[in-house]
Design a protein around this ligand. Structure first.
Ligand SMILES: [Zn+2]
Length: 613
């Protein structure tokens, strides 16, 4: 092979010429920002070179956005976590200068899009040398307007989610949807703005969707839905004392509400229990890492709250909480919603579902007979106490409209036979309509919790043919109302596990119906029916409250007033409702309303039962 000899200065010349042609070094998005991005004085608190170490939690999110293998990145974030600078502007700069592509930035409205362009984007394009020459800022020719910037290899359009015609631009590869929870559900008649924009991405195999938002209310939160379908990553830092990695949660912020700001705020480690100050905890941020609930999923989703943000202090958070808490104690939840959204970075849900007894007492009515004509099916619930049974007979009509028929207590010693015989007699009797028709109980649920589980299950086992079922309550909002029964008990009788909290939700929802018809609850005024003032106090003794546990919302049923401990009426109505759901008679369904359990399971069970009878 012939060797060509070149003088050293010639080699150097070639090498310099080749430098201009070499592909750029393989930078991640955060590395690009650390190398090239400059912060503008008017747009951010700190000026000059971008430094990801100032907000280490942004690194992984940025790099996920810049990763060519990832199609969608979702960030549900508190305020003051550098969303716009870190996730939107850095991404724009990265794609403009490093991976040229067509980019769409979507803001909630056209006006917000314009101020984003003028106040945030223009300063970045001016102050970041790597971007400065890309857009012709001198003349306002068509390649450079407020809503559109042409640059070599691509273009950037800035649209408002409220202007559907702007969404029908040419294909886009990178969609940056900012503050998505502030988008109206549909952009006029044209449909969902995010979906419209995503339709423009279909021609690219390596398209990228980035959704960023502070969440709003749970019912209307798009960012929550997106986050729930993602890897669900939380920012964790090590404890300064034991080194255990954990996310910051509100419950572990320790401060004295009464004396604030005296005493300051500290954070309690979830592992070792030690208290330490903000400086020491946040020093660990450089070693922080994201931990995914669902690492197997392809959409990367990040949730960030302010406690972990290195861009603002804990004092400010606590001060805001105390103001919000003061209002909330008076029943005004406006500030608390803002606090939960912008500080915890979580969606808000209305607290404390409740029902007042007075409203229900007033709705009592005189029936024309023991059982009104609308009733076609009778069920009962039985609560088992140490010295008595509390029983309610409930009549059901079309659309599960219900009529309270009788609230009855039977007293006695549960260790002796008499009270059980009395109960059997009560459950055996028939109930009269105006025309003389007599209805008997078609299905009964009896609580086996308490001190007599074996006796209850045996009592029910002997009366399976009368559809008297033993149940055992299980708490938790996600426990299904009815599950197929098991015989896994000493008596080997069928025992249903009842999702009591799910049932309470259903009972309360029905009690709240104000118009007679489907799901409405009637109560009798006749004195011997047993629906006195005390009954309604018991029926409404609990309310559903929202508690924050580990930074997450936990709902549960609690007694409203610790002095009003009796709540049997609520439980018993729950059991009578379960009895209806278990027997699931045809012809009562509310049109369009789903049964509370999968139909398939129901059928399996019904087949098995009828085979045995
Ligand atoms: Zn610790």
């Amino acid at each position: 092979m012939a060797m060509i000899h070149l003088e050293p200065q010639t080699l150097e010349m070639f090498s310099r010429a080749l430098d201009g042609l070499k592909p750029p070094p393989n930078l991640s998005l955060s590395q690009w920002a650390d190398k090239y991005r400059k912060l503008s004085a008017e747009a951010s608190a700190s000026q000059g070179q971008w430094n990801t170490d100032a907000a280490p939690f942004q690194r992984e999110i940025m790099d996920a956005i810049g990763d060519v293998h990832i199609r969608k990145v979702v960030a549900m974030m508190c305020a003051q976590a550098g969303k716009t600078e870190g996730l939107i502007l850095n991404t724009i700069g990265f794609y403009m200068s490093y991976h040229p592509a067509s980019i769409m930035v979507m803001q909630p409205t056209v006006n917000l899009g314009e101020s984003f362009s003028k106040d945030r984007l223009t300063p970045m394009l001016r102050d970041t040398p790597a971007l400065r020459g890309l857009v012709n800022t001198k003349s306002r020719y068509s390649g450079n307007t407020i809503s559109k910037k042409n640059f070599p290899g691509g273009m950037l359009v800035i649209v408002g989610a409220n202007a559907p015609t702007d969404l029908r631009s040419r294909p886009i590869k990178v969609l940056l949807a900012d503050e998505v929870d502030a988008y109206k559900a549909s952009a006029g008649k044209e449909g969902d703005p995010v979906m419209l924009a995503e339709e423009r991405q279909t021609t690219f195999w390596d398209y990228k969707t980035v959704m960023v938002s502070t969440p709003t209310t749970k019912a209307a939160s798009r960012i929550l839905d997106e986050f729930n379908n993602s890897t669900q990553e939380e920012w964790t830092v090590p404890c300064p004392n034991c080194g255990f990695y954990q996310p910051f949660v509100w419950d572990n912020m320790v401060f004295d509400k009464e004396k604030w700001p005296d005493g300051g705020v500290q954070y309690r480690c979830a592992e070792c229990g030690c208290l330490d100050n903000e400086y020491r905890w946040k020093k660990g941020s450089v070693k922080g890492k994201w931990v995914a609930e669902h690492p197997e999923r392809s959409v990367r989703g990040f949730h960030m709250n302010k406690m972990g943000s290195t861009l603002c202090g804990w004092d400010e958070i606590v001060t805001k909480f105390i103001a919000a808490d003061l209002d909330a104690a008076r029943g005004d939840y406006e500030k608390m919603q803002v606090f939960v959204n912008t500080n915890l970075g979580l969606p808000w849900e209305e607290p404390g579902e409740t029902m007042e007894s007075a409203a229900l007492i007033d709705r009592r009515e005189y029936y024309e007979a023991e059982v009104p004509d609308g009733v076609i099916y009778l069920t009962a619930g039985v609560d088992t106490q140490d010295n008595r049974f509390e029983i309610e007979v409930v009549g059901w009509g079309i659309g599960k409209e219900s009529w309270g028929i009788r609230y009855q207590r039977i007293y006695g010693d549960l260790k002796r036979g008499q009270i059980w015989a009395d109960l059997d007699e009560f459950l055996s009797q028939t109930w009269k309509k105006k025309d003389g028709t007599e209805l008997s109980l078609r299905s009964v649920c009896m609580d086996s919790g308490g001190h007599f589980p074996d006796q209850v299950i045996r009592f029910c086992k002997e009366r399976e043919d009368r559809h008297i079922w033993a149940i055992k309550g299980r708490g938790g909002m996600d426990v299904p109302y009815i599950r197929n029964p098991t015989k896994n008990n000493r008596v080997k009788g069928e025992l249903f596990t009842l999702g009591v909290d799910t049932g309470k939700n259903m009972v309360l929802a029905r009690l709240k119906v104000l118009i007679k018809g489907p799901n409405y609850c009637h109560f009798p005024a006749a004195e011997d029916a047993g629906y006195n003032e005390n009954y309604f106090k018991m029926l409404t003794a609990e309310h559903k409250v929202t508690r924050w546990k580990g930074g997450r919302k936990v709902e549960r049923w609690e007694l409203k007033d610790p002095a009003q401990k009796r709540n049997e009426a609520f439980d018993v109505r729950n059991y009578a409702t379960a009895a209806l759901e278990i027997s699931n008679p045809q012809g009562l369904e509310v049109p369009g309303e789903d049964a509370p359990r999968p139909a398939k399971q129901q059928h399996q069970y019904r087949r098995r039962r009828s085979g045995g009878i």
